[in-house]
Write a protein that binds this ligand. Structure first.
Ligand SMILES: Cc1cc2nc3c(=O)[nH]c(=O)nc-3n(C[C@H](O)[C@H](O)[C@H](O)COP(=O)(O)OP(=O)(O)OC[C@H]3O[C@@H](n4cnc5c(N)ncnc54)[C@H](O)[C@@H]3O)c2cc1C
Length: 337
């Protein structure tokens, strides 16, 4: 295990913000992961786990040890029409989805082209186009840094919710995910209910979509709509879509008849944060190199040399203006270091 010092995190994070990690190591096995955690303990410093860096805003230089989880492993077992796959935390998410679609295994196709690694996917229960990774999730293996043991954590224990899991709360900084197991199907029911996906399928003349059709449609939509971090630094949606009760929704809807919203099964309403941010006039706004994307108001961008603090300050001002105008609190989706 080779620990580097004073490493610029810009090349390994999607925001591309220049910030220095005091110490940095890449590990490709559970043993090396244990060694890295022990190194941090021996040196009396904190550690921070990094996957693909696509959901992190580094707000300043990072003290302690950044551990990049590069554990690579893929296996599959087919029994009847049930397919069980197990992937190492360092596997690239989209590459895994592509692999499943190539085998015609259904379940993850709506989650194509989400940047990042398998190990981070359960953390915020990644989701897109009507599906969350929890719908196929079976269990994961994690290193419990308190006991040093690798343990299995089942779906029920993960407390998955909208961009939520136990790994953002009780297990934050305690469990390092080393592999994840998903259950897929050779005979799946595809999910083509989301407006964009339906429109794309219609445009392609596809009336009976299969797994590959959904995958191709999602890839096409995302390629058109979402800014590529290789072109402009960003971490996808900066804020969650807020969820409000029926009474709040009724008030907001009366005041704003065009407010985009999605009714939830429990009677609450998910509101489109992008719409509210746009209404407050932020879309395309730029302060130096920190800005809001000109086509997608939910995405904050680094035009080149923004600092993490500038992006963070901009996000706070956006939260304040949405609160003042709509009385709704926006919660950050991304992780701030
Ligand atoms: C252009 C773009 C589009 C996006 N679209 C979507 C979308 O549609 N839906 C969606 O849900 N997300 C989306 N995201 C966000 C992002 O892709 C996901 O959150 C992804 O899961 C992050 O993976 P990562 O490996 O890059 O995690 P990182 O950014 O490296 O880490 C994120 C968090 O997970 C922790 N972590 C990482 N690996 C581990 C591990 N092995 N064990 C424990 N903790 C770990 C980190 O400490 C950090 O707190 C998008 C991002 C971008 C840039």
């Amino acid at each position: 295990m080779f620990v580097h010092h004073n490493v610029d995190l810009a090349p390994v994070t999607a925001f591309g913000i220049h910030a220095i990690a005091e110490s940095y190591v890449e590990v490709d096995s559970v043993d090396k992961l244990r060694e890295a955690v022990a190194w941090a303990r021996t040196n009396g410093v904190d550690f921070h786990v990094l996957g693909g860096g696509s959901n992190i805003l580094v707000s300043g230089n990072v003290h302690g040890l950044v551990i990049r989880a590069c554990l690579l492993e893929r296996s599959s077992a087919v029994e009847g029409d049930v397919v069980t796959i197990r992937c190492g935390a360092g596997e690239e998410w989209h590459s895994v989805v592509t692999w499943t679609v190539e085998h015609d295994w259904g379940g993850l196709e709506n989650l194509a082209l989400i940047p990042g690694t398998v190990g981070a996917a359960p953390l915020q229960n990644i989701g897109a186009y009507g599906i969350e990774q929890s719908s196929c999730f079976v269990e994961l293996e994690a290193l419990d840094v308190l006991s040093g043991a690798t343990i299995i954590i089942t779906k029920d224990e993960c407390n998955f919710g909208y961009r939520e899991s136990i790994f953002k709360h009780e297990y934050c900084n305690r469990m390092i995910i080393t592999s994840v197991t998903y259950r897929l199907s050779t005979n799946p029911t595809v999910h083509a209910t989301y407006r964009d996906v339906v429109d794309e399928l219609v445009a392609r003349g596809c009336t009976q979509p299969h797994v590959k059709d959904i995958f191709d449609s999602v890839v096409a939509i995302r390629s058109r709509k979402l800014p590529d971090p290789n072109v402009i630094g960003n971490a996808g949606s900066f804020f969650k879509n807020p969820i409000v009760d029926g009474q709040t929704f009724a008030r907001l809807h009366e005041e704003n008849p065009t407010l985009a919203s999605y009714p939830q099964p429990d009677g609450t309403y998910k509101l489109a944060a992008a719409w509210m941010i746009d209404q407050c006039g932020w879309k395309g706004h730029r302060e130096g190199d920190a800005g809001v994307h000109d086509k997608q108001a939910l995405v904050l961008v680094n035009h080149g040399n923004a600092t993490g603090q500038q992006i963070l300050d901009l996000s706070t001002r956006i939260q304040q203006s949405v609160q003042e105008r709509f009385g709704v609190a926006l919660e950050r989706e991304i992780n701030v270091w």
